[in-house]
Write a protein that binds this ligand. Structure first.
Ligand code: EPU
Length: 338
């Protein structure tokens, strides 16, 4: 098996999603499939074939992926990746797919779905322990109910805790990284706890490396008045409902806000008159210009990518700014696309 580093970078974008996949020949594929079946059976992990990114991501586009493996506990997930790695099986973690645009090609690797990791929350004083597959909005609501503050602004971000940790999700002045006491990751087949202070929590980016599997976290929240927390949570939610599309097929904000610009990316795209611009099944949301939404059964990842690149070109022309992708672009190609 040849090992290839896949780095996805669109045009001049600085956003880069790198992963190490193994390019497999037909013979290798048969051996790999047998290895996956054996590991899944031994560890009692659900293993499915024939799934498509169009069913696995919130944009509802993207091609087929060879396997979807769904462990149902942190321990099982840690054992699973260790066994896959021993057998050189290429894998990528995926939560609810709410920040991923996977291309339309056939993706020859295994998705390790974290949606099964949603054990009950464990509260102790101001701390809460949560698994990676737990819904972020549900966590926010449960914390608020107990008078715990620090993540109420994140309510309404449609994703899992694992995804939120991976990219340091934030909204309305809060970011999850600021309240992380420890993170649980898979190492050597086991669940290992590392201090949150060892991680760099940056704007929609962390120092976690591709290949690291996040299993859960313990958050240290602040004590507050449940009514006041609930009021702040409601305010953030209604602000979000008023300014962002909901119920639409999107991946949240498509681009980061540019640090050097006083104008947000949404405003910039809006000022260019691009709201409602449509390419195939992808449209710049009429509600918030930094959202690309897809519509219809024949929408393709390529439509969203073409529209995104058109936006980047217009912003570059008008403002001289290279927008960085906020969504992760997942390539099916076993070659460096830089
Ligand atoms: N605006 C426009 N037109 C638009 C969109 C926004 O004129 O189409 C204006 C707004 O009226 C406002 C300003 O731009 O005056 C800022 O807009 P908003 O409050 O919506 O904030 P944002 O910078 O566009 C950021 C995050 C959102 C997060 C909100 C609220 C990024 C890229 N976006 O949006 O996060 O929900 O603040 O905190 O950081 C995401 O991460 O996926 C995301 C959507």
């Amino acid at each position: 098996m040849a090992q290839t580093s896949v780095c996805v970078a669109m045009g001049e974008s600085q956003t880069e999603v790198c992963a190490t996949f193994k390019m497999v020949s037909v013979e290798d594929t048969t051996r790999r499939d047998e290895a996956i079946e054996e590991v899944a059976a031994t560890l009692s992990v659900r293993a499915e074939r024939g799934r498509r990114f169009a069913e696995l991501t919130s944009l509802r586009v993207g091609g087929a992926v060879d396997w979807v493996l769904t462990p149902d506990s942190e321990e099982q997930a840690a054992a699973l990746v260790s066994e896959l790695e021993k057998r050189s099986v290429a894998w990528r973690p995926l939560g609810s797919g709410s920040n991923v645009l996977a291309d339309d090609g056939a993706h020859h690797y295994a998705i390790l779905s974290l949606k099964g990791l949603r054990a009950d929350l464990v509260f102790k004083n101001n701390r809460v322990s949560v698994s990676a597959g737990f819904s972020l909005p549900r966590l926010c609501i449960e914390a608020a109910r107990r008078g715990l503050s620090g993540i109420e602004g994140l309510n309404g971000i449609p994703g899992t805790v694992g995804g939120a940790l991976w990219m340091n999700a934030g909204a309305y002045g809060q970011e999850i990284g600021t309240v992380v006491e420890t993170v649980r990751v898979a190492r050597g087949g086991r669940v290992v706890e590392i201090p949150g202070s060892e991680i760099s929590w940056n704007y929609r980016h962390t120092s976690f490396q591709e290949g690291e599997l996040l299993l859960g976290a313990t958050l240290l929240l602040g004590a507050g008045d449940p009514d006041e927390i609930a009021a702040r949570m409601e305010a953030a939610k209604s602000q979000r409902m008023a300014t962002q599309p909901h119920g639409a097929r999107s991946a949240g904000c498509f681009f980061k806000n540019a640090p050097a610009s006083p104008i947000g990316t949404g405003r910039m795209i809006d000022d260019l008159g691009m709201k409602g611009t449509r390419r195939g099944g992808a449209t710049v949301s009429p509600k918030h210009a930094n959202f690309i939404v897809t519509e219809g059964d024949d929408a393709r990842a390529a439509d969203a990518l073409a529209l995104a690149e058109e936006i980047r070109e217009r912003v570059k022309q008008e403002h001289g700014i290279d927008l960085e992708y906020e969504v992760e672009l997942w390539s099916s190609k076993g070659e460096d696309q830089k």
